[in-house]
Design a protein around this ligand. Sequence first.
Ligand SMILES: C[S@@+](CC[C@H](N)C(=O)[O-])C[C@H]1O[C@@H](n2cnc3c(N)ncnc32)[C@H](O)[C@@H]1O
Length: 228
Amino acid sequence: MKIKDTIANEFNEFSNNYTHDMIACVPHYLVLLSSMTQGLSPNFNPKTILDLGCGNGNVTSLLTETFPDSKYTLLDASPEMIALCKQRFKEYQMVYATAYFNDFQFSVETYDLITAGFSLHHCDLAEKKQLFKKIYTALKPGGVFAYTDLMIDKNTAEHSAFLKRWEAFVLTNFPDGEKWEWLVEHYTEFDKPDDLKKQLQWLRDVGFENIIPTVKDDYWVHIRAIKT
Ligand SMILES: C[S@@+](CC[C@H](N)C(=O)[O-])C[C@H]1O[C@@H](n2cnc3c(N)ncnc32)[C@H](O)[C@@H]1O
């Protein structure tokens, strides 16, 4: 695959074989996704859910198993990903938004649950901070922000050792090296991860008080933050 000019076009292309490639390229992909629903309070029954960077719908699909009656909004910049979701969830009354996070109108105190699976690392530091603020405002009191991502700074000593471990993982699944070559290009062009400590601080800065990293393996993390 060749690198595209925008994130939307990049994921239009990546939408082919997406789930297979994510499992084979992202360590702990399925475990991290399943943490979106695991460990939630048994009394938590979100009426309204927003999935940010829904991709082909893997997060939403898990959520519908636990919360079949919720009202879902799925947002993604990639029209192809949204098209896959429309096909996948045709029995549901989903609301779809083909939009970049920056262009989406987050309405105030609207959602009980906002999720983001491996999508926020495409935002730079300033965009993440801004988005955390919008997410906090868009949640109802008691609402939950659950997100999962790679959390490491690129310009650190640990980063090169991390890349070696990641490469070894990908080469186990794609031994000819072509996929890793593409992934390095994609990572260089489109991925802007930030470390966990900073993200926890930014979440506190916008008002979240109850913040729990529920899964952390290497630099792959799931965080649950509750608006009290
Ligand atoms: C790695 S995929 C994750 C998809 C899915 N959430 C999952 O867990 O498998 C990232 C998704 O986020 C979308 N995305 C990335 N940056 C975005 C932005 N700024 N605005 C809207 N969507 C974005 C991409 O189009 C892509 O579908």
